[in-house]
Each structure stands twice: as structure tokens, then as C-alpha cells.
Design a protein around this ligand. Structure first.
Ligand code: FAD
Length: 513
């Protein structure tokens, strides 16, 4: 055996006695058999007996096909023999039958044994029972199939990313999202999440802390707004490579679960718009009562002051029998007028001051636009809304600011409607200036003549006819709101295509989120 096995090799004869080779084969845990060139068994070791149930003597001169269960496809044997014919070793799995009829899966290696002339004289067969290994492999495979089917059938998009943000696994919904978005959704969403979380993203990764649901908005190529809620879970897997066998090297993966929440957001938006509309309606009602009473007071104070002046003049003169009753009447008229004025002043409803808070002007302007949409549609006005993408939050009172912009838009709509011009456009712009955020409300109406550009902010100034019963307090109140926020509002004197109102609100001190 020693000489045969070394026939094709250039390695020197090992300095070992022949019995060691025999004992090594005898004591091997692998089932080893040696056959002639027609696969008739000439030798089988004790492990062969343990695996197959056939005693060594029993199988002598039998063909190896004694182990064949006949379910192994013909092609497998043909491939095997073709390789052996080319004097190449063959390795594969066969379904074998033991002596007692039970089956097992054999992992078999057959090596041709050549003589000095290079002819195949024998075959060396080595096999082991891998039924259990196969069962476990198949179980893992089945579980993988089940998990993939469940993940695929999930109504949310699921994607698994490796440490380099490469997609390892995704489901049907994720593929649909990919089709809608055009670019890899995970990369896009992760970019937003990383920006939002800053340094805490890396900390969450290292500590394997979950990423809480993030609501992310994206615009489809068709210009629609869609909302996604994206949450993440980190988990570790041990590196399966040989290098990591004794030194486990954990690999971190991120499982992103992405849920479409557009309908929910639209409903939420509709509820918010409805509530804001009601609130602004109430504020406007209060403002108009204040406006009417202030107007009435303004109108009343003039004659009363004249009365007071007349009385003072009369009081300076000596009192006669004739003037005494007149003085008394005037005095009581003045007193009752003043009381009436005070009663009227007391009737002016108080403005409710909201607490200041960080305000997302873009969101607020979008809400206001939604509120005036019916008026815009009725007037056939096209709105060009240009929000700045990097607008920081301002500090302010959101409802006051909403009523300010609502007023400016209402003015713009009215100017366009009254001008009956062919261009019916409003442009609303938000932008970041050096030390403030700026909102421009432009309309294609007749514009505000230069001599009125300051007057329009004065109380009771109106460009509308008296028949419209308008007290001209809208821009005054709007101006008050801007002033209370530490900002400025002006009519752009250089704008020629209509009117452009510029509102600048200061940026908050650092530290406001
Ligand atoms: P066939 O494949 O049709 O072959 C009929 C006979 O001719 C068999 O005796 C076969 O051995 C022989 N034969 C076929 N083609 C050639 C060829 N090109 N050159 C020489 N002889 C050929 N099979 C198993 O199912 N389980 C085993 O564990 C197993 N162990 C083997 C171990 C060794 C070392 C060798 C050499 C073969 C082994 N075989 C084994 C293959 C086995 O010999 C049969 O080829 C196989 O079982 C198919 O059986 P069959 O009755 O369909 O015979």
C-alpha cells in the first residue's frame, strides 16, 4: 500500500513503518474502503462497519453499489465515474442504505489509486454520515425561507444594511419604495436620520440602541409629498469566517423598518388646518370687535375733547345766571360722555397672548396657504410657494404670526381680485438673510403707490372706498405683530410688478432648537 500510494508522488518515502499506515486507516473515524477498479470492495475499516452496519468480511468482493439507495440521480453517478475515469478525485453526497435498510446521507470522497505505470488499479473511498449536518442545514434554510416569506409579506418596507450601509436583505414593499423613489431609499433616509441625530447616531450604533421612529417627508418626482416613518434596530452577528473561529468578531447590522404614513399625515394636517382656521377665525372676530370699538372710540374722542375744551373756556369766564345751567348741563354731558367712553373701552376684548416658542415658518406658511386655498381657488389665483430648505426656526407666537400672514395673503388676494388684471399670481417666499428670516408676499395686483407705502400701516388708513365699511386696521395689526416679534415690515418701493410686502423676523439667540 505504501509503495502504491506514493507511485505518482515525488515526495520521498516516509521514514515510517508500513504498519502505521494500516493502523491509521483501521483507527480512522471515517468509513474507509479500498476497491478494485470496478468498485468491488477489497478492504473496509471498522468505522465502515459502524456507519453502514455491514461487517468487514460481509462486504468483501461486494460492489460499493450495495450501499446505493437508488434515489441518487443517475447523473450524479455518471459525473462521479467520468471524473474518476479522468483519474481525478470526486467528492459529493449520496443517499446510502445501511444493512438494516435505514438511510443516511454520505459525504463521500473517492480517490483513484494509480500504479507505477499511471494506471488506476484501485479506488480509495472515505465517507461519513452527514445526515444530522444536512438536517440542520436544511432547517436553517427552511427558517430562512420562512423568515424571507414573512418579511416579504409584511405591509411595511424592511431592509437590512451592513456596516457599510450596503443592502443585505430587503422585502417586496422596500422594492416598491425603491421603484417610487428612484434612488436607494435606505441611503436617503439614513442621510436624513444621521443629520437629525448628529453625534447620537454613532453612540446609538455603538451601544446598539434602537433608532426611534423618524417622520421623514420626501417629494416624489411627480411633485407629490409623501411621508415615511423610519425606525431602526441594531443587531450583531458573529463573523462566520475561519479567521474569527477562535476570536469572535461581531458584525453590526441595521434593520430599518419603513412605514408609509402619508394618509395619516394628511389627516393630521387637515385636523391642524381646521383647528388653525377656527382659531384664526376667532382671533379675527376678536380683532374686528377691537377694531370696531377702537374706531368708535377714535370717532367719539374728537367731539368729547371739543366739549371738554368748550367747557374749560366757559369755566374761565365768570358764571352768570344764564351760563350756570348751561355749564352744569355741559359738565354732566361731558361726564356721561367720558363714562360712556370708559364703558366702551372696557368692552374692548383683551388679546390673548400666547407663549413664545420656536416656530417653523415654512410649516406655518404652508398651513396658512392651506387655509386660504378656497379663496385662492375661487379667485383663480396661482400661488408660487418657494420655501427655503435651510430655514432655521424663529422664536415667536405661532398664532399671531399665522394671522399676520393670513392678513397679508388676504390683502394680496383682494388686490388681485379688484384689479381685474389678467395676471393672477401670488408668490410666497421664505429665505434666510444674514441676521433674520425674511418672508416676501408678492402679488400681481395694481401695487401700492409710493405716497401710500408708509400710510398703509397707519390706523384707519384705507385705500378702499367708504362704501366698503373698512376701517383699514389690517396692516396696522399686522405691523403690531411684526413689531412685537422684534421684526420689520415694509412695502418694497422697488417692486414694480404689483405689491411686495417684506417681513423680516430676527433669528433667535443661539440655543433654540
Ligand atoms: P452502475 O453505476 O450502473 O455501475 C454498474 C457497475 O459498474 C458498478 O459496479 C459500478 O461500480 C461499475 N462502474 C460503473 N461505471 C464504471 C466505470 N466508468 N468504471 C468502472 N466501473 C464502473 N455508490 C453508492 O451509492 N454509495 C457509496 O457509498 C459508494 N461508494 C463508492 C466507493 C468507491 C471507492 C467507488 C469506486 C464507488 C462507490 N460507489 C458508491 C459507486 C458505486 O460503485 C455505483 O457506481 C453506484 O452505487 C451506482 O450503482 P449501480 O448499481 O447503479 O451501478
Amino acid at each position: 500500500m505504501e509503495a502504491t500510494m506514493n507511485a505518482m508522488s515525488d515526495t520521498p518515502e516516509p521514514d515510517l513503518p508500513g504498519w502505521i499506515f494500516r493502523q491509521a486507516v483501521e483507527q480512522s473515524a471515517l468509513a474507509i474502503s479500498i476497491t478494485d477498479d470496478r468498485a468491488h470492495i477489497l478492504y473496509a475499516n471498522p468505522a465502515f462497519h459502524r456507519v453502514t452496519g455491514y461487517g468487514t468480511e460481509e462486504v468483501l468482493h461486494s460492489n460499493e453499489s450495495i450501499l446505493s439507495y437508488k434515489v441518487t440521480p443517475r447523473l450524479v453517478y455518471d459525473t462521479m465515474w467520468a471524473r474518476l475515469q479522468r483519474q481525478q478525485a470526486w467528492n459529493g453526497r449520496l443517499v446510502n442504505r445501511r444493512k438494516d435498510g435505514s438511510r443516511y446521507l454520505a459525504e463521500l470522497t473517492i480517490t483513484p489509486v494509480l500504479n507505477d505505470q499511471g494506471e488506476t488499479t484501485h479506488y480509495l473511498g472515505m465517507h461519513r454520515d452527514v445526515t444530522e449536518v444536512h438536517r440542520l442545514e436544511r432547517q436553517v434554510q427552511n427558517q430562512k425561507t420562512i423568515i424571507e416569506s414573512v418579511v416579504d409579506a409584511a405591509p411595511v418596507a424592511i431592509v437590512l444594511l451592513d456596516g457599510d450601509d450596503r443592502v443585505i436583505l430587503d422585502n417586496h414593499e422596500y422594492k416598491k419604495l425603491l421603484g417610487d423613489m428612484g434612488t436607494e431609499p435606505a441611503a436617503r433616509l439614513l442621510r436624513v436620520i444621521r443629520e437629525r441625530m448628529g453625534a447620537s447616531f454613532e453612540r446609538a450604533r455603538q451601544e446598539a440602541r434602537d433608532i426611534p421612529g423618524q417622520e421623514i417627508r420626501w417629494e416624489t418626482p411627480a411633485g407629490e409629498s409623501r411621508w415615511l416613518n423610519c425606525s431602526g434596530t441594531w443587531f450583531e452577528e458573529q463573523d462566520a469566517s475561519a479567521d474569527a473561529f477562535y476570536e469572535p468578531q461581531p458584525r453590526r447590522f441595521l434593520l430599518l423598518v419603513i412605514q408609509e404614513i402619508t394618509t395619516y399625515k394628511q389627516q393630521e394636517e387637515a385636523i391642524r388646518t381646521y383647528a388653525l382656521r377656527a382659531l384664526l377665525g376667532e382671533r379675527e372676530r376678536v380683532a374686528s370687535v377691537r377694531e370696531a370699538l377702537s374706531g368708535a372710540l377714535f370717532q367719539l374722542e374728537g367731539p368729547v375733547n371739543q366739549l371738554a375744551a368748550a367747557l374749560t373756556m366757559m369755566e374761565r369766564k365768570p358764571v352768570t345766571e344764564e351760563t350756570a345751567p348751561l355749564l352744569s348741563t355741559l359738565d354732566s354731558a361731558l361726564r356721561s360722555s367720558r363714562e360712556a367712553i370708559e364703558t366702551l373701552r372696557a368692552c374692548i376684548p383683551n388679546e390673548t397672548l400666547e407663549p413664545e416658542q420656536p416656530v417653523d415658518l415654512n410649516a406655518l406658511l404652508a398651513d396658512v396657504l392651506r387655509i386660504v386655498t378656497p379663496e385662492l381657488l375661487a379667485a383663480g389665483i396661482i400661488v408660487e410657494w418657494q420655501p427655503s430648505v435651510d430655514l432655521p426656526k424663529t422664536q415667536g407666537r405661532p398664532h399671531e404670526l399665522a394671522s399676520l400672514f393670513r392678513q397679508l395673503l388676504a390683502n394680496a388676494i383682494q388686490a388681485i381680485v379688484e384689479s381685474r388684471g389678467r395676471r393672477r399670481e401670488i408668490r410666497l417666499v421664505s429665505q434666510l438673510r444674514d441676521d433674520c428670516v425674511e418672508v416676501l408676499v408678492e402679488d400681481s395686483g395694481p401695487g401700492i403707490p409710493e405716497e401710500w407705502q408708509l400710510k398703509v400701516f397707519q390706523p384707519f388708513f384705507t385705500t378702499k372706498g367708504a362704501e366698503q365699511q373698512h376701517l383699514g386696521m389690517g396692516l396696522t395689526l399686522a405691523q403690531d405683530v411684526v413689531a412685537r416679534h422684534g421684526g420689520v415690515m415694509e412695502v418694497d418701493p422697488d417692486y414694480r410688478d404689483g405689491a411686495r410686502i417684506r417681513v423680516q423676523l430676527p433669528l433667535p439667540a443661539r440655543g433654540v432648537p
